[in-house]
Design a protein around this ligand. Structure first.
Ligand code: ATP
Ligand code: MG
Length: 223
């Protein structure tokens, strides 16, 4: 029997509040790993989001839920550097850090849902992100790729001619990948918990159990 081994290259990362992690995040991660030949996908929970209110539960609880969620796929990892760094979690700091760790030649791919990508011009040093990583934008139900002018000029400049570029060069390209839609969000899960309605099948079972046992999202809800 011959076993096909594809040479994998590139480290993909997906940042987020993960308040809590859900199947929308997880399907994006595995779909991207299956479609592109990246070595791994690191999920990076932020400590303090820069563009939204404080999370509803502690950073440790969000981290714990993310770790529980990935146990069934060895290609997924949770990276706790933003939580250990504390303070506001700027992606540019994280990219610089990872780039220093993996060296100048390995492709680094920052995966963003369309909603996050559309807010890019409000991020710290946003134009510099592309010097450290590729930006892989994934579709998200309810969010159309309507780019405001500075983002559209940025895309014109950096749009990859083929997705292959994300596996060859270390950084510098933007690519939009259409994925099957999962209309799930953390805010939807927080609202359901707050209304004491079921969150089954929206997120992995161990995370569901953790939320119920620890009575998370029942009282104070940040929407
Ligand atoms: P909230 O409702 O609190 O804003 P969220 O569901 O958007 O939470 P985040 O942790 O903010 O989750 O998202 C992290 C990343 O995952 C972002 O880039 C976001 O666009 C992406 N993402 C989250 N859910 C989906 C989904 N269902 N489909 C595609 N991308 C998603
Ligand atoms: Mg969001």
């Amino acid at each position: 029997m011959t076993i096909k081994t594809k040479k994998s290259s590139g480290v993909a990362i997906m940042g987020g509040t993960f308040d809590p992690i859900h199947n929308g995040h997880l399907r994006v991660a595995v779909e991207i790993l299956d479609r592109f030949n990246f070595k791994a996908m690191k999920l990076i929970p932020c400590f303090q989001p820069v563009h939204k209110g404080l999370p509803s539960v502690t950073a440790q609880q969000r981290l714990e839920m993310a770790k529980m969620a990935i146990s069934s796929d060895v290609r997924l990892a949770v990276d706790s550097r933003e939580i250990l760094r504390a303070g506001p979690s700027y992606s540019i700091d994280t990219l610089r850090d990872i780039r220093a760790e993996i060296g100048p030649d390995v492709p680094l791919i920052m995966v963003l849902g369309m909603d996050s990508f559309l807010s890019l011009p409000t991020w710290a040093e946003w134009r510099k992100l592309i010097e450290y990583a590729h930006i892989l934008v994934v579709s998200r139900p309810g969010w159309e790729p309507e780019l405001i002018s500075e983002l559209s000029a940025f895309c014109e400049n950096y749009r990859a001619a083929s997705s292959h570029e994300l596996q060859c060069a270390p950084s510098g390209s933007v690519w939009l990948e259409m994925l099957p839609s999962l209309e799930i969000s953390s805010s939807m899960i927080r609202i359901l918990c707050n209304k004491q309605e079921s969150i089954a099948y929206l997120l992995p079972e161990p995370v569901q159990t953790y939320i119920i046992e620890n009575k998370l999202y029942q009282d104070i809800v940040t929407l």
